[in-house]
Structures are given as structure tokens and as C-alpha cells.
Write a protein that binds this ligand. Structure first.
Ligand SMILES: [Zn+2]
Length: 329
């Protein structure tokens, strides 16, 4: 019985993809993710007010994008709270504050209900204040986009230090708690049976042999170095000769962290698209061509990606977590 269930889970999960898309500003990250609306319904969790790029898409695609705006600021770090609740289960998010089960908006809803006599209208008025999302039960025709992990990290820092003065410096425990919060969020993404794209920026981190590598931003520099392990595909976006380039192959560049569980080479497509990952049948040219010499390496990609990411034997973020856990006991 248990074996069958495990098999079913694996099968369901393989139909969906968890993608980390990172790169500098203005490298076309939001647009390439938004273009999936041609084939998918998108739930766009916007923490950066970056959804304006999506207005470049054809109107009929825009209609397939549900925007969830999280007005995250230093003094109101709502993104971390709402995103953690979203990945855990079914939630109702208010449009004004981006808060799950917001009491302020519920009160407004009740007050409005009192002010009119038409009972059907009450429900309609109430509904437009809240957006219902159920990520764990989302179907395969939908993709949720978190934009961005950079802002989510900032939100977590603001949340941890919210009662502190402006010039407060984070201590050892604070950094540990930041790692914990991000690990909870990313672990849920890792286990998710639905399609996810997490957008992030780039940071330079030292990997094996003090080699400098560009990795996705998330929490501390040490934590950032290990984020790739939570994802099936890590794609890098950059601008070269006024063109947007997107790369997913492990071999793309020695100083940039990239990789794909299914060996997709997004950079080989004539016109770059994330459909190379989500609908590979439409992009046969991006399928990994196995050469005779490379045959042996074929199965080792995920391991390789993880190895590249966790190259420093003792990840400090992991150490902090372990110590915190030990302390709590
Ligand atoms: Zn509200």
C-alpha cells in the first residue's frame, strides 16, 4: 500500500517542475516566466511591484494571470508570513494588505453587508476583497510564480528584527532564524506536486577552492550557495549583445550555477522559452544530446547540481540550524 502511494507521488511530481530563475535586473526574468501564460494559468505572487512587465504580454494571456500583490515593506513585512501560509495550504488573501484572513478587511466586509439589503450582493462585495489560493491542490495546468526570493529574504529579516531600532545589527541567532524561515519555505517548494517558478537575483559566493561563482540570492551568502538543492531546474538570465540569454545546462559557464534535472538546455532554443522545461515536446532542440563520451555522466546531473551547490563541506547555514535545534532541546 505504502509503496504504491510513493510510486503515485513520484509519478505526479514528475509531471510538474520546480524552477529557480535568477539573474541581474533587466534580464527579462519576469517576461519569460509570464510568457508561460500562453499555455498555463499563472498565479503571480508579486512582492516587488514587478508585474508591470506583464502588460507587454498579449491581452488574452494577461487574462490568465492572477495577481497576488504583497505590499511588503521594512515596517510591514507581510511577504514572509503570507508566502509561508500559501505553501502550507489553502488560504484567503486580502487584496489591500496581502494578509491571510485579514481581520481589518473582514470587518469592512461585514460593515458593507450591513449597509445594503441585497444578500447576493453582500457575497460579491465580500469576495472581491479576498483572493482564494490553494497551492497544494493546484492542478498541472497552473504555475505559481514567486517574485522574488530576494524580497522574501528581506521580508524575513524585517520580520525577525521588527521590534529592533533602525541601526540594529543582526546577531548569530537572527541569521539562524532567517535560514530557518527560508528553509521552511523552500522545503515546501521542493516537496510540491505543483509547478513553481521562484525568481531571484544574483550574488557572488565562494565555492570549492575559493572559486567565485554566481548563485541565486536567498538569505545569507552561505545559504544562497545551497539554494539550488531545493529545485529541479536552475536557470540563469543575462544580457549579452543587447539580447536576453537564458541558460539551464550545467556546462553553460564554470562560474555560474545552472543545471536541470531533465537535462534541458534552454540556451539551445532559437527563441528562449521556459516551455523547453514545461512542454519539452514543443522544443525538441533543447533536449540533451548525449554524445558517446558523455554517456557515463548522463544520470549524474542532479547529484552534480547538488554537489556544485553544496561544495563547501560544512554549510554554515546548516551549522546554525543544528546549533539552534540543539539549544532548543
Ligand atoms: Zn486586509
Amino acid at each position: 500500500m505504502t509503496t504504491n502511494m510513493a510510486k503515485l507521488n513520484t509519478k505526479a511530481a514528475s509531471k510538474t517542475h520546480r524552477v529557480l530563475l535568477f539573474g541581474g535586473p533587466k534580464t527579462g526574468k519576469s517576461l519569460i516566466a509570464g510568457q508561460l501564460a500562453e499555455y498555463y494559468n499563472l498565479i503571480w505572487v508579486d512582492m516587488e511591484n514587478g508585474h508591470e512587465t506583464l502588460f507587454q504580454l498579449p491581452p488574452e494571456w494577461q487574462e490568465k494571470i492572477e495577481l497576488i500583490n504583497l505590499p511588503d515593506t521594512r515596517s510591514y513585512p507581510i511577504a514572509i508570513e503570507t508566502c509561508l501560509k500559501m505553501v502550507k495550504g489553502s488560504v484567503s488573501i486580502c487584496e489591500q494588505h496581502g494578509k491571510v484572513g485579514c481581520m481589518i478587511c473582514k470587518r469592512v466586509q461585514t460593515d458593507r453587508c450591513k449597509s445594503t439589503d441585497d444578500s447576493i450582493k453582500h457575497i460579491e462585495i465580500g469576495k472581491e476583497l479576498f483572493t482564494d489560493v490553494d497551492l497544494p491542490n493546484m492542478n498541472h495546468n497552473s504555475v505559481v510564480v514567486f517574485d522574488s526570493l530576494t524580497q522574501l529574504s528581506n521580508s524575513a529579516i524585517a520580520f525577525i528584527t521588527k521590534d529592533q531600532p533602525d541601526d540594529y545589527k543582526l546577531n548569530y541567532d537572527d541569521w539562524g532564524n532567517l535560514g530557518k524561515l527560508l528553509d521552511i519555505f523552500l522545503s515546501h517548494i521542493q516537496q510540491a506536486g505543483y509547478n513553481v517558478i521562484v525568481i531571484s537575483h544574483e550574488i557572488e559566493a565562494e565555492t570549492e577552492g575559493k572559486k567565485k561563482t554566481l548563485v541565486p540570492v536567498g538569505g545569507t551568502r552561505n545559504f544562497s550557495r545551497n539554494i539550488a538543492k531545493y529545485f529541479d531546474h536552475v536557470i540563469y538570465a543575462e544580457r549579452k549583445n543587447r539580447k536576453h540569454i537564458f541558460a539551464s545546462s550545467t556546462q553553460y559557464a564554470t562560474n555560474i550555477l545552472t543545471g536541470s534535472r531533465t537535462d534541458v538546455r534552454v540556451e539551445d532554443a532559437e527563441k528562449a522559452s521556459l516551455l523547453a522545461i514545461f512542454k519539452p515536446e514543443l522544443y525538441p532542440e533543447t533536449a540533451h544530446k548525449s554524445e558517446a563520451g558523455k554517456e557515463g555522466k548522463k544520470t549524474g546531473k542532479v547529484g552534480k547540481l547538488a554537489a556544485k551547490a553544496t561544495s563547501t563541506s560544512a554549510s554554515k547555514a546548516g551549522d546554525i540550524l543544528a546549533k539552534l535545534k540543539a539549544k532548543q532541546k
